[in-house]
Ligand binder design. Structure first.
Ligand SMILES: NC(=O)c1ccc[n+]([C@@H]2O[C@H](COP(=O)([O-])OP(=O)(O)OC[C@H]3O[C@@H](n4cnc5c(N)ncnc54)[C@H](OP(=O)(O)O)[C@@H]3O)[C@@H](O)[C@H]2O)c1
Length: 414
């Protein structure tokens, strides 16, 4: 089977290294902008290095691998490749999250396969696991840790007591965070993966912009001190849940407190975890390295081999997927509120009044000994409450004049 590779970056190079040793697979083209600087001596001389997508498509490769990234021009290249009769393998989560429905329909219409195992949780075969291993169950929820950069930062804050900026700097130094980490820290990367998982596991088409996404940037080392006192730690959690009877999807990506004994708390450094929940089979976990050239390339090459060997599995024509009637991020939970204030009498009473006005019960008040009365952190935990009621209370609380930093609210997940 002839394979053309679009993109010769981190993943593309790792894919080429594995593909070159696969019997029955011939890498015919490497396409990249300004391709001359990309040439390497470890690929056969027969490989054509090109900047022309027309040249690639004219050669009619059996499989086109897209690891350029970004929605365009990758989306256009994939459409042209499908129309030209190629099967396509991609690692492109943003493209799949936003345009996966249309692209998969197009592939099915043309009788081509579009495989995307690498787009979610890198080297962990979660798409294939759900589609093949769990197809006998009716899945109702997918949750987990889908971003290795956030998990690296949060677990280093937890284990080494680093502040957010120091943990981010370390992640960059060790290659776990990009120069611009916005997509990772603010949840857009995890959200794209969550939308792809919702499609595969719950058969619901979610527009990523409809899924609420909160940043881990406001988390400080102090939050880990208080979380520990509560028997918890902090993780960036992604979750999507289907209420079939109401055709309602609850979905979010946000930092949350998780109990020390939960599987989420045990995910360390740049590891990922996906947990599916099925009506019959209960919880099933998939864990491993969700990013990096090697693990991601394994997922790409596994898709290439499945197609080359005529396997259907991960690349089978999509079963019907529908948009849900409603998407919300609203679910009742106990909450953790952290304040940093210029200390003065009456603050707790003021907070309690606003919370009581929304019928929210305080569970506990925690304050570690602190010297700096101008930047005094303390925590209020709440009994289970509705986040909309809490939002109303916090809007009023945030306008009070004693805050040094904006208040931080996180759900405590069971
Ligand atoms: N890295 C990971 O751990 C990981 C994990 C899971 C999924 N993915 C996905 O895999 C894909 C590739 O990621 P990566 O980390 O390999 O990115 P990367 O290192 O930036 O590689 C992308 C390659 O494509 C080239 N390219 C970009 N835009 C192009 C264009 N318009 N025309 C021609 N060539 C273009 C780049 O050339 P230049 O050198 O000129 O920029 C670069 O060689 C992305 O969709 C990403 O989300 C990556």
């Amino acid at each position: 089977v002839n394979v053309a590779l679009l993109g010769f970056g981190t993943v593309g190079q790792a894919v080429a290294r594995i593909l070159r040793d696969q019997p029955g697979i011939t890498l015919t083209h490497v396409f990249n902008r300004h391709v001359a600087r990309k040439r390497v001596d470890w690929l056969p001389a027969s490989v054509a290095w090109t900047e022309s997508i027309d040249e690639v498509l004219a050669a009619r490769p059996g499989i086109l691998v897209e690891v350029i990234g970004g929605r365009e021009p990758a989306g256009t290249y994939i459409r042209h490749a499908l129309a030209a009769g190629c099967h396509v393998v991609t690692a492109n989560k943003q493209l799949l999250a936003y345009e996966g429905g249309a692209l998969l329909n197009e592939a099915a219409r043309l009788g081509r396969r579009l495989a995307f195992e690498a787009s979610v949780a890198g080297g962990i075969p979660v798409i294939r696991g759900i589609r093949e291993g769990l197809s006998g169950d009716q899945l109702v929820r997918v949750s987990g840790i889908l971003n290795g950069t956030c998990n690296y930062i949060l677990t280093r804050m937890e284990s080494a007591g680093l502040g957010f900026a120091a943990a981010l700097a370390e992640a960059r130094e060790r290659g776990f965070a990009e120069a611009d980490p916005t997509d990772d820290l603010d949840g857009y990367d995890a959200r794209a993966k969550l939308c792809i998982l919702a499609r595969v596991a719950l058969r619901r088409d979610l527009h990523p912009d409809a899924v609420s996404c909160r940043s881990i940037r406001p988390i400080t080392d102090v939050d880990f001190v208080y979380a520990k006192r509560l028997g918890c730690t902090i993780r960036q959690v992604s979750r999507v849940e289907l209420d079939e009877a109401r055709d309602l999807v609850t979905a979010f990506v946000q930092p949350a407190l998780v109990r020390d004994e939960s599987p989420l708390a045990r995910v360390q450094r740049n590891q990922n975890l996906v947990v599916t929940t099925g009506r019959a089979g209960g919880d099933t976990g998939f864990s491993g390295f969700g990013a990096g050239g090697g693990p991601t390339a394994v997922a790409v090459v596994s898709d290439v081999l499945a197609i080359a060997h005529g396997g259907h599995g991960a690349a089978s024509a999509a079963a019907p997927v529908a948009a849900p009637s409603r998407v919300t991020d609203r679910f009742p939970a106990p909450y953790y509120l952290r304040f940093v204030v210029h200390d003065r009498p009456g603050i707790v009473a003021a907070l309690a009044t606003e919370l009581a006005a929304q019928n929210i019960n305080i569970d506990a008040l925690l304050q570690e000994p602190a010297r700096d009365k101008d930047a005094l952190p303390f925590v209020v935990t709440l009994e289970e409450c509705d986040p909309e009621d809490l939002g109303r209370a916090l809007d009023r609380i945030a306008r009070m004049d004693f805050h040094k930093d904006p208040p931080l609210a996180m759900p405590v997940l069971g």
